[in-house]
Design a protein around this ligand. Structure first.
Ligand code: LMR
Length: 398
């Protein structure tokens, strides 16, 4: 029965981790998958999360099923962090949050929910976008339509082209935006541009879907939520898919959420019933532990303060590496102006390296970066930066 099955290509991001692990070169560098590494190249459990884990272990609570949408405490914590607890959308009860297995789970639930409940079968995605967006939405039965976003010439946002591209969207279509730290470009709209995008969505009747996987990695928890708060106007409908993989370092716990904001609390109740249906036929109900860790940290003011400090340290280390990268590339005589790296936000730098150069880095130097030229800056350390810049110089020059 299986003879006719053809091999699938390796995943463009997670496949790199497999290739990296199999590489025997002791000098190898993994700048592929978006996982934070400290200055020693390690991905430690955040101390605040470790403390939450100790508290949970001491409690030895129940392992019974959670509700389909997860725990109510977790949902409240997610909404409070994203919108602020006193936000009208939260206080009015028109938002429902379901705990999902990671941000990817949230995106897939979103796709399933849209396909099952809305007339559109289309979602507009930025060019470029995260390598898994189109496959997730396609698996959920939606067609992904590209619209311009990144301007290669300026290493900035192609805002006018984006607005023009979205002009082709039909009322009811979904439009997927990255809440902050656009993956892979690191380029976000300004506060004013967010407002303009929210105007556009409102005027054209588009459904905004915000992929919000990096809250706290650009400027801060509140600042980074400016985009989604711009969309969350009184009565406006939107969907937010969040993740705690990065800002809590909870990658393998798979903890994220889908938040659907309806026009009012009555509509929310209807939406919630359908959201539950989408989840029940997918993974039934979420795994508890990761969400318990998040809820414990966010629910304890001292632990929360500690976590915010740890998040700020991650952000600052990455930004420090951005500056060092610009300086070191110049020091190593790499031709070109790389100052844009310091203007990009979040974990990634869209380096401008071509697929051939990416391939050469891997073949000749055991340096692994995503084929689009996306570098995980959080994998750059004071120890590997000279080796990295020398290698880039070699492949760019040669
Ligand atoms: C990434 O973009 O590297 C991360 O979001 C991890 C993943 O699942 O691709």
């Amino acid at each position: 029965m299986f003879e006719a099955i053809q091999p699938a290509p390796a995943d463009p991001i997670l496949g790199l981790t497999d290739a990296f692990k199999a590489d025997p070169n002791p000098e190898k560098i993994n700048l592929g998958v978006g996982v934070y590494q400290d200055a020693n190249g390690k991905t430690p459990t955040l101390p605040s999360v470790a403390e939450a884990g100790r508290r949970l272990a001491a409690e030895a609570g129940s392992k019974s099923y959670l509700p389909i949408t997860g725990s109510a405490d977790y949902s409240a914590a997610v909404q409070g962090l994203m919108f602020g607890g006193d936000h009208e959308a939260v206080a009015s009860g028109r938002a429902v949050t379901a705990h999902t297995p990671g941000g990817t789970g949230a995106l897939r639930v979103t796709a399933d929910f849209i396909r099952a409940n809305l007339p559109t079968k289309r979602v507009w995605v930025t060019t470029p976008t995260w390598a898994n967006h189109v496959p997730v939405f396609a698996a959920g039965g939606l067609e992904a339509k590209p619209f311009p976003y990144f301007d290669k010439a300026t290493n900035g946002l192609a805002f006018d082209a984006a607005v023009e591209g979205l002009g082709e969207a039909e009322p009811g279509d979904a439009v997927l935006l990255h809440g902050c730290c656009h993956n892979p470009s690191g380029i976000d709209p300004t506060a004013e541009q967010w407002e303009q995008l929210a105007d556009l969505a409102q005027q054209r009747g588009l459904l905004p879907v915000l992929d919000f996987a990096y809250q706290g990695f650009a400027e801060g928890l509140t600042e980074d939520a400016a985009g989604l708060r711009a969309f969350c106007r009184p009565g406006a409908e939107l969907i937010v898919c969040n993740s705690f993989s990065k800002n809590f370092g909870l990658y393998c716990e798979r903890v994220g959420g889908v938040t659907i904001v309806a026009s009012d609390a009555d509509r929310r109740r209807v939406v919630e019933s359908q959201l539950k249906r989408s989840i029940r036929s997918n993974y039934s109900n979420p795994p508890a532990h990761g969400a318990q860790l998040v809820t414990t940290v966010l629910g304890d003011s001292a632990l929360r303060q500690q976590w915010e400090g740890e998040l700020a340290s991650m952000r600052e280390r990455i930004n420090g590496m951005r500056s060092l990268l610009v300086a070191k590339l110049a020091e190593h005589g790499v031709p070109g102006d790389y100052s844009f790296i310091e203007r990009q936000r979040g974990m990634f730098s869209f380096s401008g390296l071509t697929p051939d150069q990416v391939e050469a880095l891997r073949e000749r130097h055991s340096i692994y970066i995503v084929g689009s030229g996306r570098i995980n800056v959080a994998g750059v350390t004071p120890t590997n930066i000279d080796q990295l810049c020398a290698a880039i110089g070699e492949v760019v020059g040669g």
